[in-house]
Write a protein of this length. Structure first.
Length: 187
């Protein structure tokens, strides 16, 4: 065999392996989401003061997620935000709930596969953003500059989490799912 043929066969084998692994990953996730019960999903949610998160978020964005530019926006200070968010416990709760929010979107996939998949991908990207903000907060604390990082990172994490919960609630509302009232109380 010529080297060109060997390269082609190696590339084709690599592509097939990659596609098989990707398909396997989605199959396992879909299978796991079918085995998860509604109650177990809600039990995994860590308590987050949703009113405090909404207050933090609505300080800089409107309910639809657009940036506020009025004279009453961005008035919360770092210490207020840190207190409202619940300090490190609150930050960790936001981060932990991100995975549950993604799983809640996958749960809907049983009835609305195309819509739930799009929302789940959006949520996954938002979860990565929150993770990035948390890492920045930890780095700022190690450097002794946590106070200056709260507005940029803790508030943005709260905004992202607030919008994530709105996307999940909207998904359940659009599907007219009977679990919506329970979810509204939990989020």
């Amino acid at each position: 065999m010529s080297p060109r043929t060997l390269y082609f066969l190696a590339a084709a084998a690599f592509l097939l392996i990659f596609l098989a692994l990707t398909a396997g990953r989605y199959y396992l996730r879909a299978r796991r989401s079918y085995q998860v019960t509604w109650e177990s999903l809600l039990e995994r949610l860590t308590f987050v003061d949703r009113h405090a998160i909404a207050e933090i978020a609505l300080d800089v964005v409107n309910p639809s997620g657009g940036q506020r530019r009025d004279e009453n926006s961005a008035i919360l200070g770092s210490s207020e935000i840190w207190k409202l968010i619940g300090g490190w416990d609150g930050i960790e709760a936001l981060e932990a709930n991100c995975a549950v929010l993604i799983d809640l979107a996958f749960y809907v996939q049983q009835w609305y596969p195309e819509k739930a998949l799009v929302v789940a991908e959006q949520l996954r990207l938002s979860a990565r953003e929150i993770e990035w903000h948390v890492q920045r907060l930890k780095a700022a604390e190690e450097a002794g500059k946590l106070e200056t990082s709260i507005l940029m990172n803790a508030q943005r994490a709260a905004v992202t989490y607030f919008l994530m919960t709105r996307h999940v609630l909207s998904l359940y509302e659009q599907g007219n799912l009977p679990m919506l009232p329970d979810l509204q109380q939990s989020l």
